[in-house]
Design a protein around this ligand. Sequence first.
Ligand code: 17E
Ligand code: FE2
Length: 418
Amino acid sequence: MTDFDLIVRRARLWTDHLSAAVDVGIVGDRIMAIEPHLTNTAPVEIDAAEKMVSAPFVESHIHLDSAMTVGEPRWNESGTLFEGIRIWGERKQSLTSEDVQARAIAALKAQASQGVLFVRTHADVSEATLTALKSLLAVREAVRDWVTVQVVAFPQDGLYGSPRNEGLMEEAIALGVDVIGGIPHYELTREDGVRSVERLFELAIQHDRLIDLHCDEIDDEQSRFLEVMAACTLRSGLGDRVTASHTTAFGSYNNAYATKLMGTLRRAQLNIIANPLINITLQGRGDTYPKRRGITRVKELWQNGINVSLGNDCIQDPWYALGTGNMLDPASMAIHACHMTGRAEMEACYDMVTRHGAKTLHVGDRYGLEVGKPANLICLDAIDPYDALRRRATVTQVISRGHLLAQTQPPQCQWHGA
Ligand code: 17E
Ligand code: FE2
């Protein structure tokens, strides 16, 4: 008989459907059995009580270098992307390694305690000392026993915004980033934007890295770098190694162009990441009424078979003062702001913060609730994804690499009556 180190009993596993209640047996860092009833005992046993057990949440887009700096040196009063970039431009002058690492690790703990075990973070590489980047690379190693972190080299001020930025990007790649980032809509000219996308693809091919660009995060319906990314994806054959983040201008394009673009995206099969919490507040600031929602076409992308995931983008930073890192929040905002209220649509939003994110991050075989896979799983105080989303259910247990990493008690009301 196998000796299990940990058993989760009476778990209803959410994959693309809800299983009957099963026992999950873990040995070391692996799932070694999934059976209706394991007769063995284990030193650690968790009773899921026929509630939902899921593969962990995936944070596919966050900026850990700026996390928890809200108000430093001042608050973003206009609420725009551009004021956020200016405030961060001031704050980043005083970054130290200790400062970045302490905030990043606090944010990762907040996320992991809420069930997030895979994180893709952007690191600003348009600051001359590369402090943000070096610190987040150190964090990636420091936390690797309990959370998988990918670091994107993100040239916040534009690859061509200053003559030294391209060199900083190359230095960042040499330091070992996982992903190459960019920001074509923020380059000085449209031509610079196109040129930046082409250059970033060249670098990704040369150095064998994934690509994830901030793309068209603006209400300008003329901002059309997603088509450039899709064309580069097709021509390079990089396919799902490429991701376009934000793409909020897609919500402003006319339908004739949007239809053409959707066809190109279907051919290219790149991933899209939406950040509904932040973009519902950041965008539409120049509008009177009606005000745009400023979010990419999540619903239509999903209906067209494009891999869409959702991110928090921010936890308390110059762009978004709120946020706790809980993945049910961006999923809930997508349900509201993208009209994803059908039953299957809500489940799709849950998938966008779990397995779709894992696909974008190329987690591959390491992700999922199957025998032989790493034992990363979360127990929720909910019967299914719909219930979890509706009630922002507590993640009661987080199991990372076979270890019980965090436990949280759901809130309990004592009703005293009239
Ligand atoms: N930088 C940027 O260009 N866009 C964002 N949404 C954030 C940082 C958070
Ligand atoms: Fe972002």
